[in-house]
Design a protein. Structure first.
Length: 158
């Protein structure tokens, strides 16, 4: 792959010398994580979506959860030591993250926000996350995602 086609997320992993694979799929607009996993023919239990939230403090947070799960806002708030959090409004997504809906990676956002990965991921040998653009997926170990993002594992789903 040429250097020009790499996303910020991929460049971060390269800089940290973290091994990863890239899976590409044909898609020119947002589709949900389940349909994306099906397009790539990858197991749902290894496929994760990236959600962005804002706390009562106005700080931003990134949550990485299985595609078939929903974030529990109370558990997520507790994990980041906030009184409460709300999902980031879609109209603010690109301004805050630098990514478009369907291409949000927990790596390489405009700023480094705290990242929390659903604790179940810790037991996986590999996981699939957004590669930083629609049509690109990164495959890496959960521990490497934590290392690259400076994040942590916590129970944040319903």
């Amino acid at each position: 792959m040429s250097k020009e086609s790499k996303t910020n997320a991929m460049r971060i992993l390269d800089r940290l010398k973290i091994s990863y694979e890239t899976v590409y799929y044909e898609c020119d607009k947002f589709i949900d994580g389940i349909h994306t996993a099906d397009l790539k023919n990858v197991p749902h239990e290894q496929s994760y979506k990236t959600l962005c939230a804002v706390g009562k403090s106005r700080n931003y947070y990134v949550f990485v959860i299985p595609i078939e799960k929903e974030v529990d806002l109370k558990k997520a708030a507790k994990a980041v030591k906030e009184k409460s959090i709300d999902m980031l409004p879609l109209k603010e997504l690109t301004k805050v993250t630098g990514y478009v809906r369907g291409g949000v990676s927990p790596l390489g956002m405009k700023k480094a926000y705290p990242v929390v990965v659903q604790q179940d991921a810790a037991s996986l040998s590999k996981m699939y996350i957004s590669g930083g653009r629609i049509g690109a997926t990164i495959v890496l170990t959960p521990s490497d995602l934590i290392k690259a993002s400076g994040g942590c594992f916590a129970d944040i789903t319903c």
